[in-house]
Ligand binder design. Structure first.
Ligand code: ZN
Length: 285
């Protein structure tokens, strides 16, 4: 989930944040396609996954050959043990916000951070099969974070053709369905989204359409007026991006019917297929 007034977050710490400089891991900690298993510590200078390193294994040639996609698994399972670090304030362009948040969970305790990582890994596999080079902002290989501003910078540094941040919401029971969050026009405070607003909307529209087809899920019945699209200016991950980027809230973890979907591996594969379909459609336009 991504904290906002509009979202019925249970606690401030339970919502996705917007954040800042992580003291523990620099941009070099991003996890690149085919990079070795991330066993090294996530300190900022870890040489295991430099952003410019070649893939360890050759990618198959496909329709996305030569394209770079950054996938941002929202939150981090370790954030709960690092509240001091993730509560540090960072600049998000339109203000200051927490570095990161713990995310939400289902009533049975399935954490949003586990969900986002699982869907992101499935998504990576699907995109790599089409030839795309894929970079994850975190791959379960660091103790917490990254902060939201660093998440944005990883996509910028990679000059990604598309960036997708994967989340699930934490709203009231009865609130159901997915929505895609698009960047608003923001200018000032170190943020300038003028160039990404239009392409990000196109990316988001294509993801929303493919998500419906792949999962059978309806667009959110509580955000976006039935369009499955929402535009926000309070997320550093979007405000600080210089490349096309959207967030996908795949469902509401606090609703029992949505939770039954989100906790299903089969459904998560469908979700990944929908997101991959939208990215692929956008990149091949
Ligand atoms: Zn989230």
């Amino acid at each position: 989930m991504v904290a906002a007034l509009a979202c019925a977050c249970l606690t401030a710490a339970g919502c996705a944040g917007d954040g800042g400089q992580s003291p523990a891991a620099g941009p070099g900690a991003a996890t690149r396609t085919g990079s070795p298993s991330p066993s090294s510590p996530p300190s900022s200078t870890a040489p295991s996954a430099p952003a410019t390193s070649p893939s360890a294994e050759p990618l198959p040639r496909g329709p996305l050959t030569g394209r770079t996609v950054v996938i941002d698994p929202g939150h981090n399972p370790g954030n709960r043990e690092h509240t001091r670090e993730i509560n540090s304030q960072v600049d998000i362009g339109t203000g200051r916000k927490e570095c990161d948040t713990t995310g939400t969970a289902t009533d049975s305790g399935y954490a949003e951070a586990r969900f986002t990582l699982d869907v992101s890994r499935r998504l990576r596999t699907l995109l790599e099969e089409q030839g795309a080079e894929v970079v994850l902002t975190q791959d379960g290989d660091r103790p917490f974070g990254p902060c939201v501003d660093e998440r944005a910078r990883i996509g910028n540094k990679e000059r990604a053709d598309a960036v997708v941040s994967v989340h699930a919401d934490g709203s009231a029971t009865g609130n159901r369905g997915f929505h895609v969050i698009l960047p608003a026009a923001v200018d000032g405070g170190g943020a300038d989204t003028a160039k990404i607003v239009t392409p990000s909307r196109e990316l988001g529209v294509r993801i929303a359409g493919n998500f419906v087809r792949a999962t059978g899920s309806a667009a959110s019945n509580y955000i976006g007026g039935g369009t499955g699209l929402d535009t926000r200016d309070d997320l550093g991950g979007l405000n600080l991006s210089t490349v096309p980027k959207v967030f996908v809230e795949c469902g509401n973890m606090r609703d029992p019917e949505d939770a039954a979907l989100l906790t299903s591996a089969g459904w998560r594969q469908k979700a990944a297929l929908g997101i991959a379909g939208g990215i692929s459609s956008y990149l091949k336009k």
